[in-house]
Ligand binder design. Structure first.
Ligand code: COA
Ligand code: AMP
Length: 633
């Protein structure tokens, strides 16, 4: 079995252009590409220059044309509404064509941006695909972000239109989106021409005259729009993600490379296949369309491959219980389930013996895929034993758009090593490098890097910022893409991702910047300086913890200030930051040159013996921090 993976990987290494040219045959091109890869264009090169295609037509129209119109494309299962809906490929194509017509009637054309701020409803996927149909560039914003985050994405993408929902549904509360949208538009300097609002029965919005229109009415009244040919190198979407500063990075995805890589990944990694006519494997990615995993494996990849995708609105626990995932798998005959380890830890906490799991028929489920954060071995082993099916960790990032490493169902599986992300996917040469860019020996931890060029599907640049892309990813190790992750490659070639080398933390599978949180804390009138570090959490993996020093002379109640800081992060970044704890400390530990010793404090907060650098300015500060951390519990 292993030789099958080895042969495929070697095939890519020997002749990468031939490998990708073969993969490109699964896509319908309107005009053939001139070259597979042009190393001269963009920060590291461009895939399939000269080629023309339409991504939405590849996701929908071509399957309908080949007789699969009655196949289910999208199953929407909402634990929040207690409803299930299904769209066949034909129905989805027709709705996307009409919504594209609605966008076009409002002036959206090829190259224009559209911000989509929506929860997990089919209309979010329809809006994304409608943009793709027009060659417009969508930028989806996750519902758990607050108004300032939405505003910064509006100012970054400068959308012609915004498509939003009236509300999202979280357990126990309705999240009204329109006040957040109003506040974001109040803050943003860019003015879109208007907003299309999808009204949900739980909380319809009062539409703002002259600005807002009803999504469904606009769709109903529109004439269907044909797919617009775009260049392979034209942007399909921008997805903002946390960088090392408060300003999110606009990750750009192109059309051609993305379609080729994602379509290839479905049989190779996920082993999902369409059948004849209406038959198909069912793939369920329990993520959110606001994240890259949702873009790639709820919407684009399953549809490019012509399989059935499940979109789930709900949580792994509490909607109504820890059996929710198994109910959905059973109800829809799911073959591959893809989720984040944090969801499994939440389920494990409430159903450790798998009683709820065993109550469902999971005979059609063949494998469980995990990504978004490192899966701790106990969780991987627990679920592998309970399910008795392969568990496949795959490591990737918003930037790459599809897995860097995996185990390969389509090639026979490489061995299960709990805690490892598996082997490099064909297309990626992954190595651990030392600080000078030299290769580490197998098993040694270093900075994980990918040899250039990155494969198709990976971000070719940042939105209108080639220089920023080079600075962030290419300058550190010439000839390599710096992933920002630390880890090792073992003697078998399995990659182990240990954590980030920058200030990004992973909270319940959500990528967040502690630097951005520090900027918020520092803006509080009583705060002189601060540090945000990650503390281990049994379910979320990591949660942020703020340590703040007050300005001299401030003698307000510390608990009140801490409460204000928690509220401020929620208001500026959003509930998704899960920032619940701020501790006032007399001083922060620093080196003699003034560098805050965040790593040392992180070790203390996580109960490991701190490594104290000899350059520490005043070691007694650590005792003060230890006392405050102990007092806080
Ligand atoms: N819109 C509005 N608010 C949202 C939201 C959204 N789309 N998503 C999350 N939030 C809010 C939650 O309501 C919660 O608010 P609270 O502080 O008032 O309770 C807060 O943001 C934190 O949410 P979350 O991180 O989801 O924590 P949780 O405690 O509600 O649930 C898990 C914990 C593990 C069940 C949940 O995080 C989960 O399912 N994670 C999977 C993550 C995932 O799929 N990641 C994608 C990468 S593959
Ligand atoms: P995002 O861009 O939100 O997908 O987050 C990407 C980051 O999440 C990576 O750089 C890793 O730090 C982490 N990550 C994602 N998948 C894995 C995995 N399978 N194992 C370890 N870390 C992961």
């Amino acid at each position: 079995m292993e030789s099958t993976y080895a042969a495929r990987y070697a095939g890519w290494r020997t002749d990468p252009e031939r490998f990708w040219a073969e993969a490109a045959r699964s896509i319908d091109w309107i005009a053939p590409y001139e070259r597979v890869f042009d190393p001269q264009r963009g920060p590291f090169g461009s895939w399939f220059p000269g080629g023309r295609l339409n991504t939405a037509a590849n996701c929908l129209d071509r399957h309908v044309a080949k007789g699969a119109g009655e196949r289910i494309a999208l199953i929407w299962d909402s634990a929040m509404e207690g409803r299930v809906t299904r769209h066949t490929y034909r129905e989805l194509r027709d709705r996307v064509a009409k919504f594209a017509g609605a966008l076009a009637a409002r002036g959206v054309a090829k190259g224009d941006r559209v911000v989509i701020y929506m929860p997990m409803v089919p209309e979010a996927a329809i809006a994304m695909l409608a943009c793709a149909r027009l060659g417009a560039v969508h930028s989806v914003v996750f519902g758990g972000f607050a108004a300032p985050e939405l505003a910064s994405r509006i100012d970054g993408a400068k959308p012609k239109l915004i498509v939003a929902a009236s509300c999202g549904l979280e357990p126990g509360r309705v999240v009204d989106y329109t006040p957040i949208l109003d506040a974001a538009l109040g803050r943003a300097s860019h003015r879109p021409d208007g907003c299309l609002i999808f009204q949900r029965p739980a909380a319809p919005a009062a539409l703002v005259a002259g600005r807002d229109e009803d999504y469904l009415q606009a769709e109903a009244e529109a004439a269907p729009h044909d797919p617009v040919p775009v260049a392979a190198t034209d942007p399909l979407y921008i997805l903002y993600t946390s960088g090392t500063t408060g300003r999110p990075k606009g990750i750009v995805r192109d059309n051609g490379g993305h379609a080729v890589a994602l379509a290839a990944s479905i049989p190779l990694i996920y082993d999902a296949h369409p059948g004849e006519g209406a038959a198909s494997d069912v793939m369920w990615t329990a993520s959110d369309v606001g994240w890259v995993v949702g873009h790639s494996y709820i919407v684009y990849a399953p549809l490019l491959a012509g399989v059935t995708s499940v979109m789930y609105e709900g949580k792994p626990v509490g909607t109504p219980d820890a059996g929710a995932f198994w109910r959905v798998c059973n109800a829809h005959g799911v073959k591959t389930l893809f989720t984040a380890p944090t969801a499994l830890r939440a389920i494990k906490q409430q159903d450790p013996d798998g009683k709820l799991l065993k109550a469902h028929d999971l005979s059609r489920l063949e494998a469980l895929f995990l990504a978004g954060e490192r899966c701790d071995p106990p969780t991987a082993e627990w679920i592998a034993a309970l399910l008795g099916k392969p568990v496949i960790d795959n490591w990737w990032q918003t930037e790459t758009g599809w897995p860097i490493t995996a185990r390969f169902r389509g090639l026979g599986l490489t061995p299960f090593k709990p805690g490892s992300g598996g082997r490099a996917c064909p297309g990626y040469d992954v190595q651990a490098l030392d600080a000078e860019g030299g290769a580490m020996t197998p098993g040694e931890v270093g900075a994980l890097a990918i040899k250039l060029p990155l494969p198709p599907g990976c971000a070719p640049t940042l939105w209108q910022d080639d220089e920023g892309y080079r600075r962030a990813y290419l300058d550190a190790f010439p000839g390599w893409y710096r992933t920002g992750d630390a880890g090792m490659v073992d003697a078998d070639g399995d990659v182990w991702v240990m954590g980030r080398t920058d200030d990004i933390i992973n909270v319940a599978g959500h990528r967040l910047s502690t630097g951005a949180m520090e900027e918020v804390l520092a803006a509080h009138r009583d705060v002189a300086e601060c540090a945000v570090i990650a503390r281990h959490d049994p379910v979320k993996g990591e949660v942020p913890l703020g340590l703040v020093v007050l300005k001299s002379g401030v003698d307000r109640d510390e608990a009140a200030i801490a409460g204000e800081l928690v509220a401020l992060v929620r208001e500026r970044i959003g509930p998704v930051a899960a920032f619940k704890t701020a501790i006032v400390v007399p001083r922060l530990p620093k080196t003699r040159s003034g560098k805050i010793l965040r790593a040392t404090m992180k070790q203390m907060a996580n109960g490991t013996a701190p490594v104290v650098p000899p350059t520490i300015e005043d070691v007694s500060v650590l005792d003060q921090i230890a006392t405050r951390l102990a007092g806080q519990g």
